[in-house]
Ligand binder design. Structure first.
Ligand SMILES: [Zn+2]
Length: 463
C-alpha cells in the first residue's frame, strides 16, 4: 500500500477543517463541501502537496496540516503571511503582517513550518516556578525594551497571536450575536492545537474555563482537576505552571491577599499576591479604566498560574479589554471606533500590537469591504506621530484614514464597495468562517467552529 492509499483509507474516519472556498489540486477543482474533498486533503498531506485557493486568478497556495491526536483530522491553512494575497471576500484573507505587531515576530519568535504544520513559539515568560520566586506583571512599559527585539513572546504577544489565529480579531456583520464564550473558547483551543512551545503542545498547558452549567457542575469540576494535574505535581522545589485565558469578573481583596474571580468558574478564585496586585493598577491603568466605565466591555486575562494544595495562584498576568464582539480595544478611542465599525456593519480586522510599544504606531484596523484594495484605519493619540512606514510598506493595503482622536470627532469612514460577487463567500464565512467539511467523525462536543449560540454576544450571560 503506498502513502496515498494509506491516507485515503485514513480519511474514512477523519475530519477536515478548511475555509469555505474552491481549491485546486493537480489541475482539478474541489469545493469544500464536495464528497471527494476530505480524501483529496488527506492525500495532499501525505504527499506534501499544496492546494490552491481559487479566490484569485491563478490561485493562492495553501498547505494541509495534521491536527493533534486529541483533535484528529486535518486543517487547510494559508502559508505564512500570505493572507493578503487572497481576495478580500475570501475567508482566508488576512491583512499583511506588517500592518500589525505580527510582522516583527514572524520568523523569530513565531516559526511556522508548512512542511509539518507545526508552529513553534519562543516564549519570554516562565512555564515553571522555583519556590519563592517573584514575577512582575507583563505590560507595556515593563520590560518592553527586552521584548521589542521580536525574539520572544510575552503573555500579551501570545494572547494576540492566539486571538489572531482563532480569527477573533476579524469581524464581519453577519457574525453579530454568534460569538459566545463557548465559541471563543473552542476557536482558541483549536488555534492552540497546532502550537508548540518548549517542545510541548501549548494546549496541554492551556486552561480556558468551559461555559458553566449548574447541571454539569460535577463533570466540569472533574475535568478542571484533570487539566490542572500537571501544575499540581512538584519536583525538587520546581512546579509546572499552567496558562489561563478567561474573562475576569472581578479582582478584589480576599480575606488574605487578593483574588481574581473569572467567569464560568464560580467556585474557584485565583490568588494574587499583594505586590502583583499593586503593580496591576499601574501597568494596566488605561485598560482597567475602560473596563470600569464600559458596561459592554469584557476584560480578558491571560496568566501563568501554579496550583498548590488545590488552590491556583497567579504568577504573571496580562489584561486585554474586548468589546461585546470580543474584539480587542485598548482605550476609549479604540472602543469608539470599533463600535462605529460594528454599527455601520463593516468588515474589518483589528491590527493587534503584539510586542510593539505604544510609541510605535501601526494601523488600528484594516477594512476589507472597500473593494479589492483593503484600507488601513489609524488612530493618532495626543502628540503621537502618525503610523510609520511599517504599515504602508506594502502595496497590499491603501494607507490613509487617520483619526486625530484628541483634536477632532470621529471622521467619516472610507466608503464601502457596493455589493459584489463576494457576498456569497461572505455568507459562507458568516456561517462560521472555517466551514467543516461533511465528515464521518466530529471534533467533539465543544470544538465546532459554529459553536453554541447560547449567550448571544456573551455580555452578561455568565455566572
Ligand atoms: Zn482565498
Amino acid at each position: 500500500m503506498n502513502a496515498s492509499t494509506a491516507a485515503f483509507s485514513a480519511t474514512v474516519t477523519t475530519a477536515v477543517t478548511a475555509p469555505c472556498a474552491v481549491y485546486e489540486v493537480d489541475g482539478r477543482s474541489y469545493a469544500v463541501d464536495s464528497r471527494e474533498f476530505a480524501n483529496v486533503v488527506a492525500q495532499a498531506q501525505a504527499c506534501r502537496r499544496r492546494l490552491r485557493c481559487m479566490c484569485q486568478a491563478g490561485g493562492v497556495e495553501m498547505y494541509v496540516a495534521r491536527l493533534a491526536p486529541a483533535q484528529g483530522g486535518y486543517i487547510v491553512k494559508r502559508m505564512p503571511d500570505t493572507g493578503w494575497r487572497h481576495a478580500t471576500h475570501c475567508p482566508s484573507y488576512a491583512p499583511p503582517a506588517a500592518t500589525s505587531g505580527l510582522g516583527q515576530l514572524l520568523g523569530s519568535a513565531i516559526l511556522e513550518d508548512p512542511a509539518n504544520g507545526v508552529t513553534t513559539l519562543k516564549l519570554g515568560f516562565a512555564l515553571s516556578r522555583m519556590q519563592g520566586r517573584v514575577v512582575a506583571p507583563t505590560s507595556e512599559g515593563s520590560g518592553t525594551s527586552v521584548r521589542s527585539d521580536g525574539a520572544t513572546l510575552s503573555l500579551r504577544g501570545l494572547l494576540h497571536y492566539l486571538w489572531d489565529q482563532a480569527e477573533l480579531a476579524r469581524w464581519h456583520p453577519d457574525l453579530a450575536g454568534k460569538r459566545s464564550w463557548g465559541v471563543v473558547r473552542s476557536h482558541l483551543l483549536e488555534a492552540a492545537g497546532q502550537l508548540v512551545a518548549r517542545r510541548e503542545l501549548l494546549v496541554s498547558r492551556l486552561y480556558i474555563p468551559e461555559p458553566f452549567s449548574v447541571d454539569q457542575r460535577e463533570a466540569l469540576y472533574a475535568r478542571r482537576l484533570a487539566a490542572w494535574s500537571c501544575a499540581a505535581a512538584e519536583r525538587a522545589g520546581c512546579a509546572a505552571l499552567m496558562l489561563l485565558i478567561a474573562e475576569v469578573k472581578e479582582i478584589v481583596p480576599a480575606r488574605y491577599g487578593f483574588k481574581a474571580v473569572v467567569k464560568h468558574l464560580p467556585d474557584q478564585a485565583f490568588m494574587i499576591d499583594e505586590s502583583l496586585y499593586r503593580r496591576l493598577g499601574r501597568a494596566f491603568e488605561t485598560e482597567l479604566a475602560l473596563w470600569a466605565t464600559g458596561e459592554d466591555v469584557h476584560m480578558i486575562m491571560i496568566a501563568t498560574f501554579g496550583v498548590s494544595g488545590g488552590v491556583p495562584s497567579v504568577q504573571e498576568l496580562c489584561l486585554m479589554p474586548v468589546t461585546r464582539q470580543w474584539l480587542p480595544v485598548d482605550d476609549g478611542f479604540g472602543k469608539q471606533l470599533v463600535d462605529k465599525l460594528v454599527a455601520q456593519r463593516r468588515a474589518f480586522t483589528r491590527s493587534l500590537p503584539y510586542e510593539l510599544p505604544a510609541k510605535v504606531q501601526r494601523a488600528f484596523a484594516v477594512l476589507s469591504d472597500c473593494g479589492n484594495l483593503p484600507a488601513t484605519l489609524s488612530i493618532v493619540r495626543g502628540d503621537q506621530a502618525p503610523p510609520d512606514a511599517g504599515a504602508a510598506d506594502t502595496d497590499a493595503v491603501a494607507p490613509g484614514w487617520l483619526w486625530h482622536a484628541h483634536l477632532e470627532p470621529l471622521p467619516a469612514l472610507p466608503a464601502r464597495a457596493s455589493a459584489d460577487a463576494g457576498d456569497a463567500a461572505r455568507d459562507q464565512e458568516a456561517a462560521g468562517g472555517m466551514a467543516p467539511v461533511p465528515v464521518l467523525r466530529d471534533f467533539g462536543p465543544d470544538a465546532g467552529r459554529t459553536g453554541s449560540p447560547a449567550g448571544g454576544s456573551g455580555a452578561g450571560s455568565t455566572p
